[in-house]
Design a protein around this ligand. Structure first.
Ligand code: HEM
Length: 414
């Protein structure tokens, strides 16, 4: 197994561990518990205390509180699932059973996020005038102070350098409780889901340079395709169209070159700043290989996992979008937020790809080659990808190269 690329990556497993999530234990009284006791419903239902009751009660404040509390409860569940998935991934072996647990927990996160995206509409039944009636009581409270939201972002892999500055302040500055600050800082330092997924992708069977060497084959195919595009462009009889086509080819060539050159991939600050590259070079290769051969049994679940990661990113972006729309509807685009940001303008700037943790997976499509150009699997590689058991062995580093493999990109019918 190759050493992971450390240049733009992640803390190592040894550096910081990921703990399995635990829940507080309780004593069961003799004779068992009734519904209300088990769920501590009284405690839960005693937490909705609108402040407008201090003067003129505003009906909708109750909905405002319940909605936020429901979000925080679901955030808690997301963190619980996320921690368990990080724990399961934080090993050198990710076998079939683990893989199924990981994908089913990620699917659960996806479903919860879907619910959270839709939940915004319930709060939108409140009118801006109703909100105005109790907004002054909230200040300086703001969703910006949601600790769990920041934990989710960090545990997924949102990096500090990609965050939008909040009134030129570090996002941590708003928190005062040392325990909260510690928890958030810890979430920044632990391996995120994005870090762990990269390490796992780096071990994708078939990437070995002394074996199937997928990347070498893929490079050859991509170069053949680029050459064909260039030839077609140069042969176009219309001079204007020819120029456009050649320019298009040049841009494509540059994009592919940035992918093929390891140094360019990591050091291309332009792409990093624009948030288009986050993955290590090797992890990107693994993701590309899984996408190309997703129909092979060994890659079915891994491909499903990659899709779930994109779903998570998409849904959080959708939530940000729905939230910002609601904010504009409630307070317009010129008022400051109760947390002190520029409000709508600040939130709008968080909608960009900077916050997409798995942006490399979205960008895979830029580099996909047509199905009939995908390098054919050698018989040995085909066998290797046909059994799930192999995943355990190869991800444990027990299978090295693939002796029977030879370079056969010449078989591709362009
Ligand atoms: C009437 C409804 C709402 C309004 C007007 C509103 C307004 C705002 C504003 C203006 C901000 C920017 C920070 C600031 O200066 O305060 C913000 C941030 C935030 N709000 Fe809301 N919000 C509403 C409902 C919600 C709900 C239901 C949630 C669910 C938990 C939520 C969660 C958040 C979070 C997590 C942030 C931080 C986002 C980030 O920094 O990327 N908000 N909100």
């Amino acid at each position: 197994m190759e050493a992971p690329n450390t240049q733009n990556a992640s803390p190592s497993v040894a550096e910081c561990s990921v703990k399995e999530p635990n829940v507080e234990t309780r004593k069961v009284p003799p004779g068992g518990m009734l519904y209300g006791d088990y769920l501590q419903v009284d405690r839960l239902l005693s937490c909705q205390n609108p402040l407008s009751t201090l003067s003129t009660p505003v009906h909708d404040e109750h909905l405002f509180i319940i909605t936020h509390q429901a979000y925080e409860l679901w955030f808690k569940q997301i963190i619980f699932e996320l921690d368990s998935v990080r724990y399961l991934l934080n090993t050198k072996e990710v076998g079939e059973a683990k893989m199924l647990t990981i994908t089913s927990r990620l699917s659960r996160i996806v479903l919860i996020l879907r619910l959270l995206v839709d939940q915004v509409t319930i709060l939108e039944t409140m009118t801006p005038l109703d909100f105005m009636d109790f907004r002054s009581y909230l200040s300086p409270a703001s969703g910006f102070q949601s600790v769990q939201f920041r934990l989710i972002e960090n545990k997924l892999g949102v990096r500090n350098e990609h965050r939008v500055n909040y009134g030129k302040n570090h996002y941590l500055k708003i928190f005062e409780d040392p325990k909260v600050i510690d928890a958030i800082m810890q979430s920044e330092n632990e391996p995120s889901l994005c870090d762990l997924v990269q390490r796992w992708l780096e071990r994708t069977p078939g990437l070995e340079e002394n074996g199937f060497n997928f990347w070498n084959k893929y490079k050859k195919v991509a170069t053949m395709i680029l050459n064909r595009i260039k030839e077609d462009a140069e042969e176009d009889p219309d001079p204007n169209k020819r120029e456009t086509l050649i320019e298009d080819w040049r841009k494509k060539k540059e994009t592919f070159e940035s992918l093929f050159d390891t140094n360019k991939h990591i050091l291309n600050t332009y792409l990093l700043i624009r948030g288009q590259r986050r993955f290590t070079h090797k992890a990107f290769q693994g993701a590309m290989m899984i996408s190309c051969y997703r129909d092979e049994p060994l890659f079915n679940q891994p491909y499903h996992l990659l899709k779930l990661l994109m779903d998570i990113d998409s849904l959080i972006t959708k939530w940000r979008y729905n939230h910002v729309q609601m904010v504009q509807r409630m307070i317009g685009s010129q008022q400051l937020g109760t947390g002190g940001s520029s409000g709508y303008q600040y939130l709008r700037s968080t909608l960009s790809d900077r916050y997409k943790v798995f942006v490399d997976l979205f960008n895979l499509s830029t580099f996909l080659v047509p199905r009939n150009c995908i390098p054919p699997l050698t018989p040995a590689m085909k066998r290797r990808l046909s059994v799930m058991e192999e995943l355990i062995l190869s991800h444990a580093g027990m299978l090295s190269g693939d002796e029977e493999d030879k370079d056969d990109t010449s078989l591709i019918n362009l």
